[in-house]
Design a protein around this ligand. Structure first.
Ligand SMILES: [Zn+2]
Ligand SMILES: [Zn+2]
Length: 824
C-alpha cells in the first residue's frame, strides 16, 4: 500500500546523487553472461578518446545509447553494455610534451607520463558518465592501452600478416610535416586556398625554344623527372620526342605524351615530380621514373635540392621563384584559388600534405571492397540512408591502409625487420603483447641473409585499436562461450562523420577475422551544433560544456534534450528547450505528489481487475495510455526516440494532467461518492502513473526512480524501476465507453475555456446548466456526474428541448450537436 509522500519541491541535485549511489551499491546494471532465459543484447559503444572531458556530442551519442540499453533491459533482454576508452593518440603526446616538459626521446618516462595522464582523464570522464545516469556495467570496461587490449590488437595483426594482408611497403604515403607522421586517406582532405600558378619556361635541350609549364609548386623542381603533354594537343606537337633542361639544377628530363594531362589547365604542359600529387605517383609508376626526394619528413629541403638544402618549403619556393625571375625564365604569375590536400583530421593542424615514400606498414583493403559492402548490406542501418556514405567511401578506395604512425604512445606493431634485406619477422603468438622497441626479437639474425634484426619503432594508427571493439567486448580468442553469446554486437551506435573510418574499419577487420558481419543494427547520430546552428567549435565561441546544463537543469532535463534529437541529423544545443524539459519534470513531480496523497488508502493487491467498474473517462485515459505505450515501444525499437518521447510528454501533460486529473478530482475529494467509483479512479491513476514512469524511465532515470521508490516499490518489491518490465498496452477498453469518455472530456474542456474567456475563476461553482442534445440521452447518463462534479454544477439538466427561459450564457459544440446554457 502506498504510504509515502514526495517532498514538496523537486530537487534534482539531491535525487541524482542519491540514486547514482544506490544503483552502484545494489549493482542494478550488472551483466551476467550466464543469465538464463533471456536473449542477449550487446552494445558496441564508442570508446571516447581520453581527452579528460565529455563534450556535448558525447552527451547526445551516449544518452541515446543509454536509452537503448535501458529500454532493452526493461523489454526483457539481458543487456551487455560495456563502455571503453580510446587511449592512444597524438593529443595526449602533445599535452605530455607541453605540460610535463618530457621529451619523446626519453621514451620510457614519456610513456609513463602518457599513461598517468590518461588514467586521470579516464577518472574524470567516468564520473561524468555516472552523472548523466549512464547504466553501463563498469566491470566490463576496457582501455585500449591495457595489456589485454594490446594483446588482441597484436593478435589481429599477426593474423592479417599470416594471410598476406599486412605488409611492409614503400608506396608513397600521406605525410604531415607538422605532426611528423604518416596519415591514412581518412585523415586528409581538401580545402580551398589562395595560391599561385607560376609559368616557368623550361629550355629545350636542342635550343629550339622552351616548354612552358604552369605549376603551384616550383620548389619541387629538384624532384622533376619528366614533362608531360597531351598526345592530342596540337599546340605542342613539335615538343614530342624532345627534352628539357631544368634550370638551376641543370638536369635533362624527357617530354612524354600522356592522355591524362589536362589540356585546359595552365599551359597544358605539366612537370612530374616525385611526388607532387597522386597523379605524379601514378606517372612515376607508369614510366618507371627515378625517384628524387627533395622534401624531408620535417618539411625541409633535402640534399637533392642543392643550395636550397635545409630551407623550409615556403622559403625554398620563394627563393626558387626569385632565381627564375633573375634568369628571365618566369613568364608570369597568376593568382588562383585551388584545392590543397591537408591534414584535416586535426582541425588545429591543416598542414599541406607531402607524399613521401617512407617505409610503412600497410593493410590491403582494395581486394575486399565487395565483401565489405556485402557485410554492410546485411546490417540494419538507422537511418537507412546512411549506408550510402559507406558505399561512396568504399567505391572511392584506391589506397591501401597505412597503419603505422611515427609516434610513441600507441600500440606497438608486433614485427621486426632485417636491417639489410627488409625481411619481416613477426613476433611469436605466445609472446604478445610485445614492444619491439624494447623487447628482443624472436631470432638472433635474419634467416635469409644473416643480417641484424631490428624492432619496429612505429606504433599503430588509432583506428587499428578501435576497429576491433566488437571483438574485445565479446572476448574473441579469449573465451569461446562469451564470444558466441555476444558476437556479432546487436548494435553499433556512432556518429555519421566516422562512418568512413570507425564503421568502415570495424566492418572490414572483424569480417576478415571472424567471417561474420560484426553488427546487426547501426544507430547513427548527427553532430551537435551550437545555439547559432553552426558546428560547435572554439573558434566560433559557441561551445557549451555539459557541466553547465547539468548544474543548472540536471541530468534528466539534459537527457530529454538528447532524446528529442532525430536519427542521423545534426542537432543544435538549446538552453530554452532544456529549461522546458525541467518544467516537464516539475509537472511530473507535482502530479505524482498530488495523486500519491490520494492513493494512501488504495491497495493494488486487493484489486481484482475484472471487477473494477471503470467510468467512461477512466476508459478514455486508459485507452490513451494503451496508445502512447504502443507509440513509445514502436519508436524506441527503431531507435527513433523523438517520436516516442514527444508523444509521451503530450500524453502525460495534456491528456493526463490537464484533462483526466481535472475530471477525476471530484471523485477523490467528494464524500458521497460510490466507493467503487473512487477505486476505479485510483486504479486508473495508479496505473497511468506507473506505466508513465516506465515509459519515461529510459529517458529520465533519476526522477522516475525517486517516484517509483516512494509510491510503487512497496507493492512491486522490485529494487529499482529500471529492473521492472516495459509496459504493454494491456488495458481492455470498450470502444464505446472510450468515446463517451472523450465526449465528457471535451465538454469539460469547452466549458472551462468559456469560463476563462469570461474571466471567471475555474473553480467558481455553476448554479444551473442545461445541455441541450440532439442524440441519444443514455450516453449522458454515464458522464453526467463527471461533468457536474468536475465543473461544480449544482443542477445539471440534459434535455432535447431548448430551455424554457433565458440563460445568461450559452455556447455551441456543433460537431457534437450540443448547445450548453448556463449561469452562475
Ligand atoms: Zn598534422
Ligand atoms: Zn636479411
Amino acid at each position: 500500500m502506498a504510504q509515502f509522500m514526495l517532498p514538496k519541491r523537486y530537487n534534482f541535485k539531491e535525487i541524482e546523487q542519491k540514486w547514482i549511489q544506490y544503483w552502484k551499491e545494489k549493482n542494478i546494471y550488472k551483466f551476467d553472461i550466464n543469465a538464463k532465459d533471456k536473449e542477449i543484447y550487446s552494445i558496441d559503444t564508442p570508446p571516447p578518446f581520453t581527452s579528460g572531458t565529455l563534450h556535448m556530442g558525447h552527451i547526445l551519442n551516449h544518452t541515446w545509447i543509454d536509452l537503448v540499453a535501458r529500454f532493452k533491459r526493461m523489454s526483457g533482454y539481458n543487456v551487455y553494455f560495456p563502455q571503453g576508452y580510446d587511449c592512444h593518440g597524438l593529443p595526449t603526446e602533445l599535452k605530455v610534451e607541453k605540460e610535463f616538459k618530457v621529451s619523446k626521446d626519453d621514451r620510457e618516462e614519456f610513456l609513463k607520463r602518457c599513461i598517468k595522464w590518461t588514467n586521470e582523464a579516464i577518472k574524470k570522464m567516468t564520473s561524468q558518465f555516472d552523472k548523466i545516469g549512464y547504466s553501463t556495467d563498469w566491470q566490463f570496461t576496457y582501455r585500449t592501452m591495457d595489456e589485454r587490449y594490446l594483446r588482441m590488437v597484436q593478435k589481429t595483426l599477426l593474423f592479417f600478416y599470416e594471410r598476406g594482408w599486412l605488409f611492409l611497403g614503400d608506396h608513397p604515403i600521406h605525410w604531415c610535416t607538422q605532426c611528423r607522421t604518416a596519415l591514412a586517406k581518412q585523415e586528409v582532405g581538401y580545402i580551398d586556398t589562395k595560391g599561385k600558378f607560376w609559368y616557368i619556361k623550361l629550355p629545350l635541350t636542342d635550343n629550339s625554344g622552351y616548354a612552358t609549364i604552369a605549376t603551384t609548386r616550383p620548389e619541387l623542381m629538384p624532384s622533376c623527372m619528366a614533362v608531360l603533354i597531351h598526345p592530342d594537343d596540337n599546340r605542342y606537337y613539335h615538343l614530342s620526342q624532345k627534352k628539357v633542361k631544368l634550370p638551376i639544377f641543370n638536369r635533362e628530363v624527357p617530354i612524354i605524351q600522356d592522355a591524362a594531362v589536362d589540356m585546359t589547365v595552365g599551359t597544358g604542359i605539366v612537370y612530374v615530380c616525385t611526388f607532387g600529387d597522386e597523379t605524379d605517383i601514378a606517372w612515376q609508376k607508369n614510366y618507371k621514373l627515378p625517384i628524387i626526394i627533395s622534401i624531408d619528413e620535417q618539411g625541409r629541403m633535402t640534399e637533392a635540392a642543392g643550395k636550397f638544402r635545409g630551407m623550409p618549403i615556403d622559403e625554398a619556393r620563394e627563393t626558387i621563384v626569385n632565381d627564375l625571375k633573375e634568369m628571365n625564365l618566369l613568364e608570369k604569375e597568376e593568382d588562383i584559388t585551388h584545392r590543397v590536400i591537408v591534414h584535416t583530421e586535426r582541425s588545429s593542424c591543416l598542414t599541406p600534405i607531402e607524399y613521401l615514400p617512407i617505409k610503412q606498414w600497410f593493410i590491403s583493403i582494395r581486394p575486399f571492397k565487395e565483401e565489405i559492402l556485402d557485410a554492410a548490406y546485411k546490417m540494419n542501418w538507422f537511418p537507412p540512408t546512411m549506408i550510402k556514405r559507406l558505399e561512396d567511401w568504399v567505391e572511392s578506395l584506391e589506397w591501401d591502409w597505412v597503419i603505422s604512425r611515427q609516434r610513441v604512445f600507441g600500440t606497438p606493431i608486433p614485427f621486426y625487420t632485417c636491417e639489410k634485406c627488409s625481411n619481416v619477422i613477426p613476433a611469436k603468438d605466445a609472446d604478445i603483447p610485445i614492444d619491439p622497441r624494447v623487447d628482443p626479437p624472436p631470432l638472433s639474425k635474419c634467416p635469409k641473409c644473416g643480417g641484424k634484426i631490428i624492432g619496429t619503432v612505429d606504433v599503430c594508427d588509432c583506428w587499428i585499436d578501435s576497429s576491433i571493439t566488437p571483438l574485445i567486448i565479446s572476448k574473441w580468442s579469449e573465451d569461446e562461450n562469451f564470444f558466441k553469446k555476444t558476437y556479432p554486437s546487436s548494435m553499433r551506435p556512432q556518429g555519421y562523420e566516422i562512418i568512413r573510418t570507425w564503421a568502415f574499419y570495424t566492418i572490414f577487420r572483424c569480417l576478415k577475422l571472424t567471417n561474420l558481419p560484426c553488427f546487426r543494427d547501426l544507430m547513427i547520430n548527427g553532430m551537435v551544433a551550437g545555439t547559432d546552428g553552426r558546428k560547435m567549435s572554439k573558434s566560433y565561441g559557441n561551445v557549451v560544456e555539459p557541466e553547465k546544463p547539468l548544474e543548472k537543469f540536471g541530468a534528466d532535463a539534459l537527457r530529454q534534450w538528447g532524446g528529442l534529437g532525430t536519427l542521423g541529423d545534426d542537432y543544435p544545443y538549446n538552453d530554452k528547450e532544456i529549461e522546458y524539459n525541467l518544467k516537464f519534470l516539475t509537472k511530473l513531480w507535482n502530479a505524482c505528489r498530488f495523486t500519491s496523497a490520494h492513493l494512501n488508502n488504495f491497495d493494488i493487491k486487493k484489486i481484482t481487475e475484472a471487477k473494477i467498474e471503470l467510468t467512461p473517462i477512466d476508459e478514455w485515459i486508459l485507452s490513451k495510455l494503451n496508445n502512447v505505450i504502443k507509440i513509445a515501444t514502436e519508436s524506441f525499437t527503431t531507435y527513433n526516440f523523438h517520436t516516442g518521447l514527444s508523444a509521451f510528454r503530450q500524453f502525460f501533460w495534456h491528456d493526463f494532467c490537464d484533462n483526466y486529473l481535472e475530471a477525476v478530482k471530484y471523485r477523490l475529494y467528494a464524500e458521497k461518492i460510490d466507493p467503487a467509483q473512487i477505486i476505479a479512479g485510483q486504479y486508473s491513476i495508479y496505473n497511468v502513473i506507473l506505466d508513465s514512469l516506465k515509459i519515461f524511465a529510459p529517458i529520465a532515470p533519476f526522477i522516475v526512480e525517486e517516484i517509483y521508490q516512494s509510491i510503487y516499490k512497496k507493492d512491486l518489491q522490485i529494487p529499482s524501476i529500471h529492473l521492472n518490465s516495459w509496459p504493454t498496452p494491456r488495458y481492455k477498453v470498450r470502444e464505446q465507453l472510450d468515446q463517451i469518455g472523450a465526449l465528457s472530456i471535451k465538454i469539460i474542456g469547452e466549458f472551462r475555456k468559456e469560463k476563462s474567456n469570461k474571466g471567471i475563476p475555474l473553480n467558481t461553482p455553476i448554479k444551473k446548466a442545461i445541455i441541450q442534445i440532439a442524440g441519444d440521452r443514455k450516453v449522458f447518463d454515464q458522464i453526467e456526474k463527471d461533468i457536474s462534479g468536475t465543473l461544480k454544477i449544482d443542477e445539471l439538466i440534459i434535455s432535447h428541448d431548448p430551455p424554457a427561459r433565458f440563460f445568461h450564457n450559452s455556447f455551441e459544440m456543433p460537431e457534437e450537436k450540443i448547445i450548453i446554457h448556463w449561469e452562475l
